[in-house]
Design a protein. Structure first.
Length: 170
């Protein structure tokens, strides 16, 4: 009986691994000209004071002046998250490196019936939320910050958040 359970668990892990690889391949096809991608884990109890910041102009990547870029926010979450939506404040200086712009983004994580809207097989779900398209000014340090703005200061069930940036022009 014990060997049979190990075999079933091994098969499940292989299925999960294959699903993850397939998901990454599909994402890579959709994001063929990906320019920048980063994610960061958040604390087990994510508070509004825990700002997640991405230095987009680091790692040899630069937002070229006059080019349009599409931004997407990625959220990974578990069933421990107690709300239907996640509200985020996005602060960035993409259009002008000397001026910060702040937007509010609603990230629906569960349907009205309580089903996860993200992709995932093992209780960890990933969802991509289109944010906006911006034209960069191309100067200075480009940064983006993500801060949750939920009524409850301490959130459980959010594993990590990230951003992806894709150039819309060659």
């Amino acid at each position: 009986m014990g060997m049979m359970n190990v075999g079933i668990i091994g098969k499940k892990l292989k299925v999960v691994a294959m699903a993850g690889i397939l998901s990454a391949m599909v994402t890579a096809c959709r994001w063929g000209n990906l320019s920048y991608s980063a994610s960061a884990s958040v604390p087990q109890s994510w508070t509004r004071m825990d700002t997640v910041e991405f230095m987009i102009s680091d790692n040899g990547f630069h937002l070229t002046a006059g080019r349009a870029f599409q931004f997407v926010v990625d959220v990974r979450y578990t069933g421990e998250y107690a709300y239907r939506d996640l509200w985020l404040l996005l602060r960035h200086n993409v259009a002008d490196s000397l001026k910060w712009q702040t937007d509010t983004l609603c990230c629906p994580l569960y349907s009205q019936k309580g089903r996860p809207l993200g992709q995932g097989l093992t209780g960890l779900y990933t969802i991509e939320i289109p944010y906006t398209t911006l034209v960069a000014d191309g100067s200075g340090q480009t940064r983006m910050q993500l801060i949750h703005c939920m009524a409850n200061d301490s959130l459980k069930g959010i594993s990590d958040v990230g951003i992806r940036v894709r150039s819309l022009t060659e």
